[in-house]
Design a protein around this ligand. Structure first.
Ligand SMILES: C[S@@+](CC[C@H](N)C(=O)[O-])C[C@H]1O[C@@H](n2cnc3c(N)ncnc32)[C@H](O)[C@@H]1O
Length: 265
């Protein structure tokens, strides 16, 4: 089975796509040497550590997955305060100049409450930068791979009981509205399509670093999973990535991503 705690031990090596997206997001946030910064949904903390190097201020990483926080504390705990907690439970009013949120926003169960908590956590003039997969067809390759679970006779009945844990909005304006509603001023909001070419094995590794925590997570089904379901589903998804290779033997992996920067007036 997959959830962020089972993914955590390998996350830092496999999450190459999240890492590359984070570099642009860090540039957008333009952290100064005195900023106090929150990394919301920090995962294993390797990007929090990159934030740590940009400021002499206070740096905090928060994530609801205990496994992710165990990894983060083990690797970077000397330099950064890591806490188990969700964006919806965030209660640190006026403590930050900047909030960084990379590849986690889509997992928020109550995005409006989470963004309202971020508004409260920022000082006047503080900024929040968010990057997340966007649009229901956020990655046509993953959508196609999981379609195979709908059609295979070994998985179709069980997959009918899957409930997606994440949310995707269709336009940059839809994302902006969540931020403006709580009183933040959106400075930039754009959905970008990013393509990379990789082997089918790498595509599967990228799938396992995030999407698997939904599609292959028993908590996302409203029935008990029959024994063997997860391994058959994994096999079908891996096979689909092999079927998606182009003539050069590579998968053209495309992601739509929202990049948003907002300020507290
Ligand atoms: C794909 S990982 C991204 C981790 C890290 N930010 C990165 O870019 O590598 C998504 C993270 O979001 C966290 N997450 C899920 N729901 C959350 C919530 N409600 N509040 C904050 N973080 C959440 C997960 O536990 C997971 O560690």
């Amino acid at each position: 089975m997959s959830n962020f705690t089972t993914i955590a031990p390998k996350y830092q090596q496999t999450a190459t796509l999240q890492k590359s997206a984070s570099e642009h997001l860090l540039d957008m946030l333009a952290i100064s040497r005195t900023d106090d910064v929150l990394d919301l949904g920090c995962g294993t903390g390797h990007i929090t550590q990159a934030i740590r190097l940009q400021t002499d201020g206070f740096v905090v990483g928060i994530d609801p997955s205990e496994g992710m926080i165990v990894e983060a504390r083990c690797n970077f705990g000397q330099n950064v305060a890591f806490h188990v907690g969700s964006a919806e439970g965030l209660n640190m009013p006026g403590q930050f100049d900047a909030i960084f949120c990379n590849s986690a926003f889509q997992w928020f169960r109550q995005p409006s409450l989470a963004v309202s908590n971020c508004h409260a956590a920022l000082r006047t003039g503080g900024r929040i930068a968010v990057q997340a997969p966007a649009r229901s067809n956020y990655c046509p390759n993953f959508v196609r791979a999981t379609e195979s679970l709908k059609h295979d006779c070994h998985t179709q009945q069980t997959f009918a009981h899957f409930h997606a844990p994440w949310f995707f909005l269709e336009t940059a304006q839809d994302y902006s509205n969540i931020f403006t509603t709580v009183g933040l001023r959106v400075l930039m909001s754009e959905i970008e399509d990013i393509t990379q070419h990789c082997s089918p094995a790498k595509a599967f590794e990228i799938f396992e670093s995030g999407a698997a925590a939904g599609y292959l997570n028993p908590d996302c089904y409203d029935i008990d999973l029959p024994s063997g379901y997860i391994s058959i589903a994994r096999e079908l998804i891996a096979r689909s990535f092999h079927a998606q290779v182009e003539s050069d033997g590579q998968v053209e992996l495309t992601f739509s991503r929202i990049y948003l920067l907002a300020r507290k007036p």
